[in-house]
Design a protein around this ligand. Structure first.
Ligand code: FAD
Ligand code: NAD
Length: 426
C-alpha cells in the first residue's frame, strides 16, 4: 500500500499535537497533514503522567489531558483531528525513512510519501541494562515515559500500598514520582549517584530545601551511590535493591528515572547529528531542506545561551512545534526561532520555574525557610538565568522578562539583597 501527504509528522507526542493545532490555525487543507505515532492514543500532555495521573483522588485520565490543554488551548481529541481532516495513524511504528526518496515505511507495511517531513519522535527512557544491571522486565520495576508505563505504574503502586518503593535516580522523574508515591502511602527511598537531587539544575542550597521537605514527608535519601543488582523471588519479582556501597534496601516496587536518549535512529547517517540529537538551524530545518525536527530530538540555536542546545522540556516542544508550522505554512512571514528556555516542575505543594541558562555564578535570594525563594545565574557580568519557587504569575513573568533582557550585573551581593525586586522593578 502507498499513499502521500504534503506534510507528515513522525511521532505523535506533545510536539505533534501543538504542530497540528498551529497548522490548522494557518489554514492547512483537509488530507494535507498526516501524523504517525507508535502510541495508540492521540497526542497528550506528557507531563500529566508524573503528576495528576498518579493522584490517589480523582486522577487525570484521557481524554482530559490531550494536547493542547496544557497551554490553555483547545483539547485535541481524536474527533478534532477527524473534523480538521488530519490523518492520525495511531499504534503504528515508523520502521524506516528514506530522506532522499522522501518516503517512510511503517510497521504495517505501508509506504508513505511526503513533501515535507517533521521529526517529533521524542525520546526513550534509559534502561538499567545500559549500566550493566539486569531486571527492567520484572513486573514490579517501572519506568515512566508514556501512557502504557503510567498505567502500569499506577497498578503496581496500588498493589503495594503501605510497602516500600525504591526510586532510582535524582532527576525530574524521581522527584515527581517520589512525591506521588508518598501521597499514595508508600515508604520511599531515593538512590542517586550525585551529592544532591536535580544536579543538572539545582544548586546545593536549592536542592537542600526540597530534600528537607521530602524528608519531612518520610522520604529517605541515599546519595553518592548507585544500584549494583536486584534480589528476585521465585516469581522473578524484585524483593530488594543491592547498592554498590554494599547495602541492601527492601523493595516492593522500584521506579527508575535515570535519563533519556532521543529517538534519532531512523535518521542516523542521513541527517547531521550533534549533542545526541538532530541538528537544526534557526528555522528548525535539518541538514535536508525537506526535513524539520522539533521537541526533545532537536538541537537548535538558543541565542540567549550563545550555543546550540537540546532541551528536554515541554515548553520547548510546544514552541518549536508551533514555530515549525509557521515556518512551513508562511515562510515569508516567519523569522528564526527565538527562545527563552523554560523548565518547571510541580510536586507536593511546590511549583517552581527556571528561565534561561544555569551558567556562571549563582546568587540566592528570598526566604529559604519559607515558601518563596529563588536564585539568579550571572555569567560574564550579565543575568542569564532565574529560578523562582512559589511565585505568582506576575512574579514568574517578571523573572522571565528580566532574564530575556540579560541586564548587566556588577554587584552580585546587591542583586541578592534586592532579590525578586531586582526582576520586578528592573
Ligand atoms: P514526546 O512527547 O515524547 O513524543 C514522541 C512521540 O513519538 C511518542 O508518542 C512516541 O511513541 C513517538 N515515536 C517515537 N518513535 C517513533 C517511530 N519510529 N514511529 C512512530 N512514532 C514514534 N517537561 C516539562 O517541562 N515539565 C514537566 O513537568 C514535564 N513532565 C514530564 C513528565 C513525564 C512523565 C515525562 C516522560 C516527561 C515530562 N516532561 C516535562 C518532558 C516533556 O514531556 C517532553 O519534553 C515532551 O514530551 C517532548 O515532546 P516531543 O513531542 O518531542 O516527544
Ligand atoms: P534526568 O536527566 O532529569 O535525571 C536523571 C538522573 O538519573 C540523574 O539526575 C541521576 O541522578 C540519575 N542517574 C543517572 N545514572 C544513574 C544510575 N546509573 N543509577 C542511578 N541513578 C542514575 O532524567 P529523568 O528524571 O529520567 O527524566 C526523563 C526525562 O523526562 C527528562 O528529559 C526530563 O526532562 C523529563 N521530565 C521532565 C520533567 C519536568 O520538566 N518537570 C518531569 C518529568 C520528566
Amino acid at each position: 500500500m502507498e499513499r502521500g501527504f504534503e506534510y507528515v509528522i513522525v511521532g505523535g507526542g506533545v510536539a505533534a499535537g501543538y504542530a497540528a493545532l498551529e497548522f490548522t490555525k494557518r489554514g492547512v487543507s483537509h488530507a494535507q497533514l498526516c501524523i504517525i505515532s507508535e502510541e495508540p492514543v492521540a497526542p497528550y500532555e506528557r507531563p500529566t503522567l508524573s503528576k495528576k495521573f498518579l493522584h490517589p483522588e480523582s486522577p487525570a485520565r484521557l481524554p482530559s489531558f490531550h494536547t493542547c490543554v496544557g497551554a490553555n488551548e483547545e483539547l485535541l481529541t481524536p474527533t478534532w483531528y477527524e473534523e480538521h481532516g488530519i490523518e492520525l495513524v495511531l499504534g503504528t511504528r515508523v520502521e524506516s525513512v528514506d530522506v532522499g526518496q522522501k518516503t517512510l515505511l511503517t510497521a504495517s507495511g505501508e509506504t508513505i510519501r511526503y513533501e515535507t517531513l517533521i521529526i517529533a519522535t521524542g525520546a526513550k527512557a534509559l534502561k538499567l541494562e545500559e549500566f550493566g544491571v539486569k531486571g527492567s522486565e520484572a513486573e514490579n520495576v517501572c519506568y515512566l515515559r508514556d501512557l502504557a508505563d503510567a498505567d502500569r505504574l499506577v497498578n503496581v503502586m496500588q498493589s503495594c500500598t503501605g510497602g516500600n518503593a525504591v526510586v532510582i535516580g535524582g532527576g525530574y522523574i524521581a522527584m515527581e514520582c517520589a512525591a506521588s508515591l508518598v501521597t499514595n502511602k508508600l515508604n520511599v527511598t531515593m538512590v542517586f549517584p550525585e551529592a544532591h537531587c536535580m544536579p543538572r539544575l539545582f544548586t546545593p542550597k536549592i536542592a537542600s530545601y526540597y530534600e528537607d521537605y521530602y524528608q519531612s514527608k518520610g522520604v529517605k535519601f541515599i546519595r553518592g551511590t548507585i544500584l549494583s543488582s536486584f534480589e528476585f523471588d521465585s516469581n522473578g519479582k524484585v524483593t530488594a535493591v543491592n547498592l554498590r556501597d554494599g547495602s541492601q534496601i527492601p523493595a516492593d516496587m522500584v521506579v527508575v528515572g535515570i535519563g533519556i536518549r532521543p529517538n534519532t535512529s531512523l535518521f542516523e547517517g542521513q541527517l547531521t547529528m550533534e549533542k545526541g540529537g538532530i541538528k537544526v538551524n534557526g528555522k528548525l530545518q535539518t541538514s535536508n531542506d525537506s526535513v524539520y525536527a522539533v521537541g526533545d530530538v532537536a538541537v537548535f540555536p538558543v541565542d540567549l545561551c550563545g550555543r546550540i542546545r537540546r532541551l528536554e522540556h515541554v515548553d520547548s516542544a510546544r514552541k518549536t512545534a508551533k514555530h515549525v508550522a509557521a515556518v512551513i505554512m508562511e515562510p515569508e512571514k516567519t523569522g528564526e526561532f527565538k527562545y527563552l528556555p523554560l523548565f518547571y516542575s510541580k510536586a507536593f505543594s511546590f511549583s517552581w520555574r527556571f528561565y534561561g541558562d544555569n551558567a556562571g555564578e549563582v546568587v540566592h535570594f528570598g526566604d529559604y525557610l519559607g515558601t518563596k525563594f529563588g536564585a539568579y545565574w550571572i555569567n560574564n557580568g550579565h543575568l542569564v538565568g532565574s529560578f523562582l519557587e512559589g511565585g505568582t504569575e506576575d512574579e514568574f513573568e517578571a523573572i522571565a522578562n528580566a532574564t530575556q533582557l540579560k541586564p548587566a550585573v556588577d554587584d552580585l551581593a546587591e542583586v541578592g539583597r534586592q532579590g525578586l525586586n531586582f526582576a520586578m522593578t528592573g
